[in-house]
Design a binder for this molecule. Structure first.
Ligand SMILES: [Zn+2]
Length: 192
Protein backbone atom coordinates (compact mmCIF):
# COMPACT_ATOMS: atom_id res chain seq x y z
CA UNK A 1 0.00 0.00 0.00
CA UNK A 2 1.12 3.51 -0.84
CA UNK A 3 2.94 5.12 2.08
CA UNK A 4 1.44 8.55 1.32
CA UNK A 5 -2.00 7.03 1.71
CA UNK A 6 -0.89 5.35 4.92
CA UNK A 7 0.23 8.74 6.22
CA UNK A 8 -3.34 9.92 5.66
CA UNK A 9 -4.56 6.99 7.72
CA UNK A 10 -5.83 5.08 4.69
CA UNK A 11 -4.22 1.80 5.64
CA UNK A 12 -4.97 -1.61 4.17
CA UNK A 13 -7.07 -2.36 7.24
CA UNK A 14 -9.21 0.73 6.59
CA UNK A 15 -9.58 -0.18 2.91
CA UNK A 16 -10.47 -3.78 3.77
CA UNK A 17 -13.15 -2.64 6.17
CA UNK A 18 -14.55 -0.14 3.66
CA UNK A 19 -14.64 -2.63 0.78
CA UNK A 20 -16.18 -5.38 2.91
CA UNK A 21 -18.99 -3.07 4.01
CA UNK A 22 -19.53 -1.74 0.50
CA UNK A 23 -19.65 -5.24 -0.98
CA UNK A 24 -22.14 -6.39 1.65
CA UNK A 25 -24.39 -3.38 1.11
CA UNK A 26 -24.33 -3.62 -2.69
CA UNK A 27 -24.82 -7.38 -2.81
CA UNK A 28 -28.65 -7.29 -2.82
CA UNK A 29 -28.62 -4.74 -5.64
CA UNK A 30 -26.07 -6.77 -7.63
CA UNK A 31 -28.15 -9.91 -7.15
CA UNK A 32 -31.25 -8.12 -8.44
CA UNK A 33 -29.26 -7.32 -11.57
CA UNK A 34 -27.83 -10.86 -11.72
CA UNK A 35 -24.19 -9.76 -11.57
CA UNK A 36 -21.31 -9.65 -9.08
CA UNK A 37 -20.69 -6.52 -7.03
CA UNK A 38 -17.53 -5.84 -9.05
CA UNK A 39 -19.42 -6.14 -12.33
CA UNK A 40 -22.07 -3.80 -10.96
CA UNK A 41 -19.45 -1.19 -10.02
CA UNK A 42 -17.63 -1.55 -13.33
CA UNK A 43 -20.88 -0.95 -15.19
CA UNK A 44 -21.46 2.36 -13.45
CA UNK A 45 -20.31 5.82 -14.43
CA UNK A 46 -17.00 6.72 -12.73
CA UNK A 47 -18.78 9.38 -10.70
CA UNK A 48 -20.99 6.70 -9.18
CA UNK A 49 -18.41 4.00 -8.45
CA UNK A 50 -15.99 6.70 -7.26
CA UNK A 51 -18.58 8.09 -4.88
CA UNK A 52 -19.07 4.60 -3.43
CA UNK A 53 -15.34 3.97 -3.00
CA UNK A 54 -14.65 7.32 -1.37
CA UNK A 55 -17.84 7.31 0.67
CA UNK A 56 -17.10 3.95 2.26
CA UNK A 57 -13.42 4.74 2.67
CA UNK A 58 -14.15 8.01 4.48
CA UNK A 59 -16.63 6.28 6.78
CA UNK A 60 -14.13 3.52 7.59
CA UNK A 61 -11.42 6.13 8.10
CA UNK A 62 -13.68 7.91 10.58
CA UNK A 63 -13.70 4.68 12.59
CA UNK A 64 -17.32 3.82 11.88
CA UNK A 65 -18.49 0.22 12.16
CA UNK A 66 -21.41 -1.83 10.91
CA UNK A 67 -24.63 -0.01 10.19
CA UNK A 68 -23.13 3.31 11.21
CA UNK A 69 -20.40 2.86 8.62
CA UNK A 70 -23.03 2.28 5.91
CA UNK A 71 -25.02 5.31 7.00
CA UNK A 72 -22.03 7.63 6.96
CA UNK A 73 -21.00 6.26 3.58
CA UNK A 74 -24.51 6.83 2.21
CA UNK A 75 -24.48 10.48 3.23
CA UNK A 76 -21.06 10.98 1.60
CA UNK A 77 -22.25 9.18 -1.55
CA UNK A 78 -25.37 11.30 -1.87
CA UNK A 79 -23.28 14.41 -1.37
CA UNK A 80 -20.87 13.30 -4.10
CA UNK A 81 -23.76 12.57 -6.47
CA UNK A 82 -25.01 16.08 -5.89
CA UNK A 83 -21.72 17.36 -7.32
CA UNK A 84 -22.10 15.46 -10.58
CA UNK A 85 -23.28 17.18 -13.74
CA UNK A 86 -24.08 13.81 -15.35
CA UNK A 87 -27.84 13.07 -15.69
CA UNK A 88 -27.21 9.32 -15.30
CA UNK A 89 -25.61 9.96 -11.94
CA UNK A 90 -28.55 12.05 -10.83
CA UNK A 91 -30.90 9.27 -11.96
CA UNK A 92 -28.92 6.81 -9.90
CA UNK A 93 -29.11 9.18 -6.95
CA UNK A 94 -32.91 8.98 -7.20
CA UNK A 95 -32.71 5.18 -7.07
CA UNK A 96 -30.40 5.34 -4.09
CA UNK A 97 -32.66 7.75 -2.26
CA UNK A 98 -35.51 5.27 -2.64
CA UNK A 99 -33.20 2.54 -1.33
CA UNK A 100 -32.22 4.72 1.60
CA UNK A 101 -35.85 5.46 2.35
CA UNK A 102 -36.51 1.73 2.60
CA UNK A 103 -33.52 1.40 4.93
CA UNK A 104 -34.87 4.25 6.99
CA UNK A 105 -38.21 2.48 7.37
CA UNK A 106 -36.41 -0.59 8.64
CA UNK A 107 -34.17 1.48 10.88
CA UNK A 108 -37.12 3.20 12.46
CA UNK A 109 -38.74 -0.18 12.83
CA UNK A 110 -35.65 -1.74 14.41
CA UNK A 111 -35.10 1.12 16.76
CA UNK A 112 -38.78 1.75 17.45
CA UNK A 113 -38.25 3.71 20.56
CA UNK A 114 -41.32 3.58 22.70
CA UNK A 115 -42.70 7.01 23.36
CA UNK A 116 -43.65 5.67 26.79
CA UNK A 117 -44.56 8.41 29.17
CA UNK A 118 -42.36 11.02 27.53
CA UNK A 119 -44.60 14.11 27.61
CA UNK A 120 -42.75 15.75 24.69
CA UNK A 121 -44.10 13.22 22.18
CA UNK A 122 -45.79 14.83 19.17
CA UNK A 123 -46.93 13.12 15.96
CA UNK A 124 -45.07 13.97 12.77
CA UNK A 125 -47.33 15.80 10.29
CA UNK A 126 -47.46 14.66 6.67
CA UNK A 127 -45.25 16.85 4.50
CA UNK A 128 -47.64 16.39 1.55
CA UNK A 129 -50.97 17.45 3.03
CA UNK A 130 -50.01 18.64 6.53
CA UNK A 131 -53.33 17.16 7.67
CA UNK A 132 -52.38 13.57 8.42
CA UNK A 133 -50.04 11.63 10.66
CA UNK A 134 -47.85 8.71 9.54
CA UNK A 135 -49.11 5.29 10.60
CA UNK A 136 -47.67 1.81 10.11
CA UNK A 137 -51.00 -0.02 10.04
CA UNK A 138 -52.46 1.36 6.79
CA UNK A 139 -52.77 -0.56 3.49
CA UNK A 140 -50.74 0.59 0.49
CA UNK A 141 -52.40 3.35 -1.51
CA UNK A 142 -52.21 2.53 -5.27
CA UNK A 143 -51.82 6.24 -5.95
CA UNK A 144 -48.30 6.03 -4.50
CA UNK A 145 -45.77 3.57 -5.92
CA UNK A 146 -44.22 2.24 -2.72
CA UNK A 147 -45.73 -1.09 -1.68
CA UNK A 148 -43.03 -1.80 0.88
CA UNK A 149 -43.20 1.54 2.64
CA UNK A 150 -43.79 1.11 6.32
CA UNK A 151 -45.25 4.52 7.14
CA UNK A 152 -48.12 6.18 5.28
CA UNK A 153 -50.12 9.32 5.78
CA UNK A 154 -53.52 8.61 7.30
CA UNK A 155 -55.06 11.43 5.26
CA UNK A 156 -53.52 11.31 1.77
CA UNK A 157 -51.69 7.95 1.76
CA UNK A 158 -48.29 9.40 0.91
CA UNK A 159 -45.46 7.14 2.11
CA UNK A 160 -42.99 8.63 4.54
CA UNK A 161 -39.91 9.77 2.63
CA UNK A 162 -36.29 9.86 3.71
CA UNK A 163 -36.15 13.53 2.83
CA UNK A 164 -38.56 14.10 5.70
CA UNK A 165 -35.99 12.62 8.07
CA UNK A 166 -34.76 15.87 9.52
CA UNK A 167 -34.20 15.73 13.21
CA UNK A 168 -33.33 18.84 15.14
CA UNK A 169 -30.57 18.55 17.74
CA UNK A 170 -31.92 16.87 20.84
CA UNK A 171 -34.85 15.24 19.03
CA UNK A 172 -35.42 11.54 18.59
CA UNK A 173 -37.97 9.29 16.90
CA UNK A 174 -40.72 7.70 18.86
CA UNK A 175 -43.67 5.55 17.98
CA UNK A 176 -46.89 5.57 19.91
CA UNK A 177 -49.96 3.53 18.97
CA UNK A 178 -48.69 3.00 15.38
CA UNK A 179 -48.05 6.72 14.91
CA UNK A 180 -44.60 8.05 13.96
CA UNK A 181 -43.60 11.01 16.06
CA UNK A 182 -40.82 12.85 17.80
CA UNK A 183 -39.70 13.19 21.38
CA UNK A 184 -37.06 15.31 23.01
CA UNK A 185 -34.12 13.06 23.74
CA UNK A 186 -33.49 12.25 27.37
CA UNK A 187 -30.11 13.72 28.33
CA UNK A 188 -28.49 10.45 29.46
CA UNK A 189 -28.74 9.04 25.92
CA UNK A 190 -26.37 11.69 24.60
CA UNK A 191 -23.29 9.50 25.21
CA UNK A 192 -24.10 7.07 22.41
ZN1 LIG B 1 -50.80 13.46 3.87
Amino acid sequence: MDTELEALGITEAVMDKAMAAMTADLKPLAERHGVSVMRLLNGWHDDISGAYFYGYTSAALAGKEGRELSQHAAVAILYAFGQSSNPAVRAHAEELRAELARKAYRLINDQARAAGSNPTYRPLACTECSAGEYRDDLPADPKWDAEDARWRCKNCGRPFDLRDLQLEAGEDWAIRDHVLGLIDKPEQEEEE
